[in-house]
Design a protein around this ligand. Structure first.
Ligand SMILES: [Ca+2]
Ligand SMILES: [Ca+2]
Length: 210
């Protein structure tokens, strides 16, 4: 009798939790290594070059960028949902050379659907090493540098030219497809009134997106 009352109470509590306001899912962050010198820290809008390994709950590695040595590190823009929300939330304030372990709940990863090798409702663990941090195409510092004709608007070509120069400056080969995709992504999000240019007002980064 007591047991059945208890189990009843338990399921009632579970129901009331799931029916009520669910607390915002959080990423668990563990700093594994932080370099002694740190000239700048990552912020939303920056582009980051990272190596990463991803693990399922049972410890199986489902992805690594080091399969072919160190040449497959990946670039992405922080804070624009280019990557899973868990990364956007867990990779702020990082130094170049820093290594973190992130434990990302499903709500901030691939959720109920899962993806490829990742089963539904998976909590994922990532080991992420930041190799480089740069001003992203969306940072305030970049606006004036990108606005080549000083008309306080960014055209498609101005944004693309900026990306091309940034890559070149850091010794990476230009990648037209990648640049086109990045520009497309930037315009889709930033050109709110769809007039084909990004005004300085539109360019302002919206921190409450996450
Ligand atoms: Ca311009
Ligand atoms: Ca516009």
């Amino acid at each position: 009798m007591l047991l059945s009352v208890l189990s009843c109470l338990c399921s009632y509590l579970l129901l009331s939790v799931s029916g009520g306001k669910v607390p915002e899912a959080e990423v668990q962050i563990e700093v594994m290594h932080r370099p002694f010198l740190c000239h700048r820290k990552s912020k939303y809008g920056d582009i980051l070059l990272v190596h990463h390994e991803g693990y399922l709950e049972n410890g199986t590695m489902f992805h690594t960028t080091r399969t072919h040595g160190d040449k497959d590190a990946v670039w992405f823009t922080l804070g624009i949902k280019e990557v899973m929300r868990g990364w956007d939330k867990g990779l702020k304030d990082m130094c170049s050379g820093e290594k973190r372990k992130l434990i990302v709940p499903p709500a901030l990863a691939y959720g109920k659907e899962g993806k490829g090798k990742i089963p539904p409702e998976s909590t994922l663990t990532f080991i992420i090493e930041v190799l480089e941090i740069r001003n992203g195409p969306r940072s305030h510092e970049s606006f004036q540098e990108m606005d080549l004709n000083d008309d306080w608007k960014l055209s498609w070509n101005e944004v693309k030219e900026y990306l091309r120069k940034e890559f070149e400056r850091h010794g990476y080969p230009p990648n037209d497809t990648l640049h086109e995709n990045m520009v497309k992504d930037i315009f889709a999000k930033e050109d709110e009134n769809k007039d084909g240019v990004i005004s300085s007002r539109e360019f302002t980064y919206k921190h409450d997106e996450l």
